[in-house]
Ligand binder design. Structure first.
Ligand SMILES: Cc1cc2nc3c(=O)[nH]c(=O)nc-3n(C[C@H](O)[C@H](O)[C@H](O)COP(=O)(O)O)c2cc1C
Length: 183
């Protein structure tokens, strides 16, 4: 029996420092978790060795290097935390990080993708952000923003928003893809 594969895309925002919690939740839901991280997530938030030990796989930050295992085909994708930067660049068709390149391809392939933003109200209230969220939704991506998802916090209160970050909503959003995956 093959275990369904979840790509967990990690961007550079506070919840990335708590990604071990999400990995444990996903694994206990039955996912084989492969992490892909942006340069900002690696620089400011992640302990790559700990994450590799937890998932059992190298964390991908770039294209496959000699000796690294290839990424297995994704059953579904979760982008969490998703930054203002990555959401806007992805929606605009920019692919200048490995994570964005993967997201561009996975969107085109129609792989189920759930996005859990972590942005404050100052960022979320930008017109460009509204446009990007609408664009991704029109492309078939599930953006968990608002009721039943992430609700932006006032600027400089992100630390308090961390405990209530709705990791589970992202897993619920891709649960159907897992059930439909061939055994
Ligand atoms: C300590 C710290 C906290 C940050 N928090 C956020 C955040 O909550 N939301 C956000 O969108 N960007 C946040 N940023 C800014 C992003 O890291 C920055 O825009 C970066 O370019 C994102 O790159 P990425 O989208 O490739 O991960 C934070 C940066 C730092 C250093």
């Amino acid at each position: 029996m093959t275990t369904p594969v979840l790509y967990l895309m990690i961007c550079g925002a506070g919840p990335a420092g708590h990604i071990a919690h999400m990995v444990r939740l996903a694994r206990s839901d039955g996912w084989d978790v492969w992490c892909i991280a942006t340069p900002a997530a690696v620089e400011h938030f992640l302990d790559l060795d700990a994450l590799e030990e937890l998932t059992g796989h190298p964390v991908r930050t770039g294209h496959q290097r000699t000796g690294q295992p290839p990424l297995p085909k994704a059953t579904a994708v979760v982008v969490a935390p998703a930054t203002y930067n990555t959401i806007n660049k992805w929606a605009a068709g920019i692919a200048d990080t490995y994570a964005l390149t993967q997201l561009a391809e996975l969107t085109g392939l129609g792989v189920p993708i759930a996005v859990l933003p972590f942005v404050n109200t100052a960022l979320a209230d930008n017109r460009v952000f509204h446009r990007s969220v609408a664009e991704l939704r029109e492309s078939g991506v599930t953006v968990l923003l608002g009721e039943d998802g992430f609700i932006p916090h006032p600027p400089r209160t992100g630390g308090k928003a961390m405990d209530s970050y709705p990791w589970r909503a992202a897993l619920q959003a891709v649960a159907q893809a897992k059930s439909a995956a061939p055994a």
